[in-house]
Design a protein. Sequence first.
Length: 109
Amino acid sequence: MLLSMLLLLCSLNTKAQTVQHADIKTTITCDHCSQCETCGGLLQRTLIKQKGIQMITLDTEAMLIKVIYNSKKTDLAQIKTAITKLGYDADELPADPAAVEKLDGCCKA
C-alpha cells in the first residue's frame, strides 16, 4: 500500500514538472491584434496545433505571448521559432520578414 502511494505521488510530481509557462516578449504595433483575424487569430489557430502547446494568450498591453506547454513534447526555442514564422518577434528573435508581409497593414511595424 505504501509503495503504491509512493509511486502515485512520484508520477503526479513528474507530470507537474512537464507543464511549463513562458512569457515571450513581442512587439505589437496595433491596438486590436488579439481580435484581428490575421494576427491574434492566426497566433491562436496556428500555435495551438504545435505539438506540446496547450494554451496561448496574447496580452497586447504588456506585449507578451503567454504560453503553457508540455516540456516533454516541445521546448521554448521551438515555440519562439514558430512565433517568428508567424510574423511576431519572440524575445531576442526577430520576426520572419516574409511572415510580417502577410499580416494586415495595421499590424506591420
